[in-house]
Write a protein that binds this ligand. Structure first.
Ligand code: NAD
Ligand code: 3PG
Length: 547
């Protein structure tokens, strides 16, 4: 059974639960090593490989699939995702996810995962290869020689040894480039606001500001994602600040360099050479840079080695299968990780958490301004994020059809819901407990639940009244004065309405005080019956519940 059932998620990843239970279906829409499809099949997932489709053609078929495996060609836009009514996961066999509209995917409850390390060595090697290509004008020399020109005096190169390499971005790929460059006896400086001095020391590189890097580097190589902060980081102004005769390599993302300004800088000699693997518009079939002296290009080949493609294909297929079959979440961009080993242990907790959230949502409705989620005892040994996600999905699932574990934290933030997570390592009255406290204008209201036999969720406290109830199906939450004969009257009213009682759980604050009944019934409770029950003597509150 899949981990993210409708019941657990409150309605988000729900749309074709029937179908998912039988055999999930994945579409591979970009060229990928055949091992990806083989893994999906081995794991019992139906897979179609349909590449080279237009956005319209893709939109026409995407509704059939639970998973979409892509590289950088497929554009997972909001428009495409609107048609992806069954989609639960997008797997990027590679690093960059700028071809996926992450907020749109998150809003639709779709997990987006990538494979952050599978192609980093390969891409770093490509950057080094392009650095050599620029230093020795290899592409031009090759073309000239093969044209029979033998222009030995035309191609004077430069050595890399002792030159300064400026890294813009020193994450996974940048650090690998640094280690290779240090091996070539270059001096490596890096601009990366998130690089700690300790990490810089460990890498053997010098952390500098961007202007220092521009002024000092003989070679500049870019290794950042494309973000609002990095877009145009090598702008016309930045290029003007570079050391004259600098050589620039971009194996990261198009858009980091102002391409028109780069062409001018190449022509003026400010930049002696530039090698781009990535372009602002791809496929780049007609760049103004083409033909500019000192310009070298490759068609987004950074990750294109056999080794890297095998790595990312295997990894993405395993990750997506783990998610679709077991609920394991690895390398997700829009959701906390949850290993396939952890997933089964968390499953009953998430069911409990979702039900506690749903209970609060149904009883308190729009009064809830914030929630505090506490885990105690055995529950505190687990990854709390999925438990929090499940509470929020349950809570907001009472008024939203589209909320699920993936988008619940974002939706909660958008709605200004204050969410707190608290962990108590020590056991209290129960060996394991999840307590959810809602803050409302009228004060704090708290419900708690535990697991019987480590698997069966049970409510053990509702608003300070001890009960022991299984939450599920159709139920009634009734608050009444604790008076003799009330239960008989309640049973009679339900019986007269033709509603069969499945379970009956009682609790009270004090003898003769406020009493609580949680009654599970076999069918939905009609609104008229709720009115009728409200009119019974001593009744303070009646809320029909659905789980
Ligand atoms: N050409 C290709 O085929 C190819 C292959 C793989 C990856 N990539 C691209 O390479 C890039 C780097 O990948 P990675 O795996 O090293 O990513 P990463 O997340 O490990 O590293 C990115 C680094 O950029 C830094 N950074 C973020 N904002 C910055 C800013 N404003 N200024 C300077 N540094 C900043 C981060 O701190 C981080 O250290 C990504 O854009 C990825 O998509 C391209
Ligand atoms: O971000 C990446 O992993 C690279 O840009 C590789 O893209 P590709 O899978 O389309 O070659």
């Amino acid at each position: 059974m899949p981990f993210y059932t409708q019941e657990q998620l409150g309605s988000g990843l729900r749309r074709n639960t029937e179908h998912q239970m039988t055999q999930p279906k994945v579409l591979i829409s970009d060229k990928m090593d055949p091992r990806a499809a083989a893994i999906f099949r081995e794991r019992g997932i139906q897979v179609d490989e349909i590449t080279g489709k237009t956005p319209e053609e893709l939109a026409a078929i995407i509704g059939d699939y639970d998973g979409l495996a892509i590289r950088s060609s497929t554009k997972a836009t909001a428009k495409l995702l609107d048609q992806a009514t069954n989609l639960k996961v997008i797997g990027r066999a590679g690093i960059g996810v700028d071809n996926v509209d992450i907020p749109a995917a998150t809003a639709r409850g779709i997990v987006v995962m990538n494979t952050p390390f599978g192609n980093s060595i390969t891409t770093a090697e490509h950057a080094i290869a392009l650095m050599f290509a620029l230093a020795r004008q290899l592409p031009e020399a090759d073309a000239s020689t093969q044209a029979g020109k033998w222009e030995k005096n035309r191609f004077m190169g430069v050595e890399l040894t002792a030159k300064t390499l400026g890294l813009i971005g020193a994450g996974n790929i940048g650090s690998i480039v640094a280690s290779r460059a240090l091996g070539l006896k270059m001096k490596v400086i890096a601009f990366d606001p998130f690089l700690s001095p300790e990490r810089a020391l460990e890498l053997g590189i010098e952390k500098v500001e961007l202007d220092q890097l521009l002024a000092r580097a003989d070679f500049i190589t870019l290794h950042t994602p494309l973000t609002d902060q990095t877009r145009g980081i090598l702008s016309r102004e930045a290029l003007a600040k570079t050391k004259k005769g600098v050589r620039i390599i971009n194996c990261a993302r198009g858009g980091l360099i102002d391409e028109a300004a780069l062409k001018d800088a190449l022509e003026s000699g400010q930049v002696a050479g530039a090698a781009l693997d990535v372009f602002e518009t791809e496929p780049a079939t007609a760049s103004p840079l083409f033909g500019t002296p000192g310009f070298v290009s490759t068609p987004h080949l950074g990750a294109s080695t056999t080794e890297a493609q095998v790595n990312v294909a295997i990894q993405v297929a395993e990750q997506m299968s783990d998610f679709l079959l077991l609920g394991g979440v690895t390398n997700a961009i829009n959701m906390p990780s949850l290993s396939a080993e952890e997933a089964p242990r968390l499953k009953p907790y998430m069911a409990l958490a979702e039900k506690l959230g749903r209970l609060l949502g149904q009883v308190l409705g729009e009064q809830v301004r914030g929630v505090s989620i506490e885990v105690e005892g055995a529950a505190a040994q687990l990854n709390q994020k999925p438990i929090t996600g499940a509470v929020l999905a349950g809570l907001m699932g009472t008024y939203s059809q589209t909320v699920n574990m993936v988008n619940a934290p974002v939706l909660a933030k958008e709605r200004g819901l204050d969410v707190k997570e608290i962990r108590h390592e020590r056991e209290g009255d129960y060996q394991t407990l999840v307590r959810v406290t809602a803050s409302t204008p009228g004060g704090e209201r708290c419900v708690s639940g535990t697991l019987f036999g480590n698997a069966a969720p049970r409510l053990v406290d509702i608003f300070g009244v001890a009960v022991e109830a299984e939450l599920g199906g159709h139920m009634l939450y009734i608050v009444n004065n604790d008076t003799p004969g009330f239960i008989g009257k309640l049973g009679t009213a339900l019986g007269q309405a033709g509603l069969n009682i499945a379970t009956f759980n009682l609790g009270r604050r004090a003898a003769g005080g406020e009493a609580v009944a949680l009654v599970a019934v076999d069918d939905p409770v009609p609104a008229e019956l709720v009115q009728q029950l409200c009119a019974l003597d001593g009744v303070r509150e009646v809320v029909p519940l659905n789980f």
